[in-house]
Design a protein around this ligand. Structure first.
Ligand code: ADP
Length: 368
């Protein structure tokens, strides 16, 4: 018979059981702690990955207001003053409950210098707090520019409307001399034309912004520009202005939507002629700068004062009001160039003979 010594086996079994129980208790209590703060939910690798890439900030605090988790957006958005204000909110939110014991969420919108606006929703949990942060800066900027646009639009429409109403009143007068009647009718005609042009340009801009993808195809840019220039030659000659087109030899075709691109040249040339003076020159240069074709439209006109330049292509922005216009020509041109992947640049000088230069680049076929 083999004599079994059970003592060491029993001792080892008890030790193993003890270790198992301690391990299980630790795991359960850690799980409970995480569950109480909501952290257990994001231990999933996939969810954590999604949250790290989320466009909103997410933070989780424990009951001692210690930060347990923050995603990348929260890390980026909350520094300096916003972080200090948020930590104060978290401290004050601790234990805030309604009469029936439910936790009370708290929201705050913070407007910071440099047009930054942050908003957060803070929800106290049983054992900590959850914070959701959103960056509202772009939305606020859009609201502000829409407001400015509507203000300018009301102003642009009110001026001709007031003139039209005044002339209609005048026309009611009995025994009005023919010359005055004729003048009033002319003024009404001019002002209604101005409003019709403004509405037409607004429609063009709005259609462009909502239009589908470009109908881009390889086109001969020199031919397109020649045909636009020929439409302006007579008006330019009437003003004794000189228009010249310089095309680099063997210019490759550009990938563009010809109808939309034509509008860019019309708008820019129209300005050069409209604001130009007798004997001023307009030069259009097309050069191959692989993988683009670069366009320069330079005039020797009166130029645009430097303080207007940063906003000159904003819708309805006008540096001169003594010449008829809608303030939408450059905005339309800039939008079309943007749709072709380019950027319309405007530089200008009111001194010397350099005048205004408009430049942009267009992609060539197959990136030649
Ligand atoms: P507008 O209908 O007023 O011409 P644009 O958007 O085409 O509107 O131009 C905006 C402003 O830029 C104009 O009001 C004008 O003051 C200025 N501008 C544009 N092009 C020229 C130019 N070639 N020479 C002088 N001023 C110009």
């Amino acid at each position: 018979m083999i004599a079994l010594n059970l003592k060491p086996i029993l001792f080892l079994s008890l030790l193993l059981l003890g270790l198992l129980i301690v391990g299980a208790v630790t795991a359960v209590s850690r799980y409970r702690r995480q569950k109480q703060t909501g952290l257990a939910v994001i231990t999933s690798a996939n969810l954590r990955q999604q949250l790290e890439a989320a466009p909103f900030g997410l933070l989780i605090f424990d009951h001692k207001q210690t930060l347990l988790y923050q995603n990348q957006a929260a890390n980026r958005l909350l520094t300096g003053e916003p972080l200090a204000v948020l930590l104060q909110d978290v401290a004050q939110a601790d234990g805030r409950t309604t009469a029936d014991g439910r936790t009370m969420a708290h929201t705050r919108t913070l407007t910071l210098p440099e047009e930054q606006t942050l908003s957060w929703w803070l929800c106290p949990l049983e054992n900590g707090a959850l914070v959701w942060v959103e960056d509202l800066s772009a939305q606020r900027r859009l609201e502000k520019s829409t407001q400015l646009f509507l203000n300018s639009l009301s102003h642009e429409l009110r001026t001709p409307l007031t003139a039209v109403l005044a002339h209609i009143e005048l026309l009611r007068a009995p025994d009005l001399p023919d010359a005055i009647r004729e003048n009033s009718l002319n003024q009404i005609h001019q002002e209604t034309n101005r409003m019709a042009r403004l509405v037409q340009d607004l429609l063009t801009l709005s259609r462009l912004e909502t239009a589908g993808p470009l109908a881009a195809r390889p086109i001969d840019l020199a031919l397109l520009v020649e045909s636009v220039v020929s439409d302006f030659i007579l008006i330019a000659e009437e003003k004794e202005m000189l228009v010249s087109l310089q095309v680099e030899s063997a210019l490759p075709p550009v990938l563009a939507d010809p109808d939309r691109l034509r509008q860019v040249f019309i708008n820019v040339l129209d300005n050069a002629v409209k604001y130009g003076r007798a004997a001023d020159k307009i030069t259009i240069q097309l050069t191959h700068t692989p993988p683009h074709v670069s366009v320069l439209i330079q005039d020797s006109g009166p130029g645009i004062p430097a303080h207007h330049l940063p906003q000159i292509a904003s819708p309805l922005y006008r540096a001169r009001t003594d010449v008829p216009g809608s303030g939408l020509g450059l905005a339309i041109a800039a939008e079309i160039v943007r749709q072709h992947g380019g950027d319309l640049q405007i530089s200008s000088s009111t001194e010397g003979e350099t005048g205004t230069a408009v430049t942009f680049r267009l992609p060539t076929q197959m990136g030649e």
